[in-house]
Design a protein around this ligand. Structure first.
Ligand SMILES: NC(=O)c1ccc[n+]([C@@H]2O[C@H](COP(=O)([O-])OP(=O)(O)OC[C@H]3O[C@@H](n4cnc5c(N)ncnc54)[C@H](OP(=O)(O)O)[C@@H]3O)[C@@H](O)[C@H]2O)c1
Length: 136
């Protein structure tokens, strides 16, 4: 059975993807900031929840260890966690800008760095990172 790790699986595209892959018979490691609040995914047999905040290195490392203990290896990492910071740049606060970079750029990079050795050990796999047409 193949395994996918999804960040930001508590809502939106992440949650929809978790449900889709679970229905396709995959094992789904659905990671999120607050798994205790999740009720829908807990009802799915082949979905397991893991706490992971992409802005917190310790949380990334802990989730990685827990996922490794559970599945030993993974086939796909989906970097989905993120959000859009809307508004004119000159009106954005510095902490808002830093938070956006921490989540979207650094978060994606650190999660990917954490999982690459596992994919390499597995002899391959896919890393998918969601972006935006806005980035084009
Ligand atoms: N929907 C669109 O039209 C669109 C367009 C362009 C790009 N995208 C990108 O696609 C991805 C999914 O978007 P969506 O529309 O499904 O948005 P969404 O429903 O708001 O879902 C975003 C998810 O990211 C999680 N998240 C935010 N910060 C996080 C952090 N520090 N650590 C872990 N998880 C975090 C949220 O978790 P919490 O529940 O904890 O907040 C939530 O589960 C995002 O990266 C977004 O930027 C979406």
């Amino acid at each position: 059975m193949k395994t996918i790790v999804i960040t930001g699986a508590s809502s939106g595209i992440g949650k929809a993807t978790a449900k889709y892959f679970a229905n396709q018979g995959w094992q789904v490691a659905a990671t999120m900031r607050n798994p205790a609040q999740e009720t829908e995914l807990t009802a799915l047999e082949n979905v397991k929840l893991f706490q992971l905040d992409v802005t917190d290195s310790q949380s990334i490392a802990k989730a990685y260890e827990a996922i490794r203990m559970e599945y030993w290896t993974v086939d796909v990492l989906l970097n989905n966690a993120g959000y859009a910071l809307f508004g004119p740049l000159e009106l954005s606060m510095e902490d808002q800008i830093r938070q956006a970079y921490d989540t979207l750029l650094l978060g994606t990079t650190l999660v990917t760095r954490q999982f690459i050795p596992m994919l390499r050990e597995n002899g391959g796999g896919s890393i998918i990172s969601l972006s935006s047409v806005g980035g084009v």
